[in-house]
Design a protein around this ligand. Sequence first.
Ligand code: MV4
Length: 462
Amino acid sequence: MIKKILIANRGEIALRIVRACRELGIHTLAVYSEADEQSLHVQLADEAICIGPASGSESYLRADRILSAAEIGDIDAIHPGYGFLSENAEFAEQCESCNIEFIGPRSETIKKMGDKAMARETVAKAGVPIIPGSDGPLANEIVATKVAQKIGFPVIIKAVSGGGGRGMRIAHNAVSFAKEFLSARMEAEKAFGDGSLYVEKYLESPRHIEFQILADKHGNMVHLGERDCSVQRRHQKVIEEAPSPFLDKSLRTRMGKAALKAAQAANYVNAGTIEFLVDAKGNFYFIEMNTRIQVEHAVTEEATGIDLIKEQIQISSGKRLSFSQKDISLDKHAIECRICAENPSKGFIPSPGTIDLYYAPGGHGVRVDSHVYGGYMVSPHYDSMICKLISYGRTRKIALDRMYRALSEYIIRGIDTNIDFLKAVILDPAFRQGEATTSYIEEFLARAPKDLLDKPVKESRK
Ligand code: MV4
């Protein structure tokens, strides 16, 4: 039985976990940095312990301090949220050996899927399509060039310990390849302490579509359909939606089956995500698995009606899934906009500071997941995302119109935000027609009028 949970995270996801625990009658212990003392997750948790200074590396990334707080708080389980220690196999292992339930998969699974070359190999063996590429990591640039030539240019060089775009390079020919390979190796070594690299054929402007998985400890596993996360900028997702406007029933069924095969190959337990790239013809390929709850989980929740955080906790408590695959469908359309403290007209530079005035939208079909409020100080130490705004309804059009309405209602004074930028995207005909690929934002910025980001968005639309 889980009676008390330590939340090893901050911001909106920490608050999201507090809320799920409240509804389950589970006590919560928040840990926080000195910069987060006034954050809502600290105020709303049953107990809170300060674990260090503002910097993540001195607080939310300190496994030792979090485990000390766990001992003081006498907790049963730790929810790691996303980012920070959520995909740290060593931390999960430490929890296991302290008899603390780590709310996520087993540490061996995190380790296996955290090695992106190993993950590729594991799912390919199970019959899941992968992008043509190298068999495992490449020893040096000479061997790697031969492999790249065999695959055919352009190729993409990826870090074995990477994910989310760091240590990644595209090479268009053998001459540039060696240079890109060495620079990727340096970046990966610096970022992950592991310079191992692999290569894949580079897909031009694919869609990024991922499947949500839930698996209990008794061998039951379901997928909760897909999320389309194609709208991203510099490997940061900006808008996500479920279902994808690109998938038809047949492709959804085939990709869902492949996602389950991939998760089964990893002996997966708890909530996880299988990421695919999909080309214009509907060919799909596994790229990686995320062994944590994700930022964009809320669109799946609103499209299916299933509370993923509660399911995670129930799975960790040893309960069986209360539904099977046939009970699950994406019967609503949900869209999420990530609202960030940043300035789009100045190259999206972060805009930390105090929120002088804050009014969040509401009403039918609108969900706001945020830890901020009027008077809140947005710290420069963390990610700039201050709110997830989710709209949902029976159809994509209803969700889109509702999103525009909700974005228009938002009042945030004192800091800059990307709200006007998001409004322009939601109104953009290409986005509305469901044509967005991973190149969308770059293309949108290139064709958008130069003053678009400086002026209020025109209210009229068809
Ligand atoms: C790719 C790709 C094209 N071909 N792999 C980006 C994040 C990471 N999870 C995987 N990513 C990609 N992998 C192959 N074989 C395109 C992306 C990609 C991307 C690549 C370069 C610059 C921007 C990008 C935006 C989205 C996806």
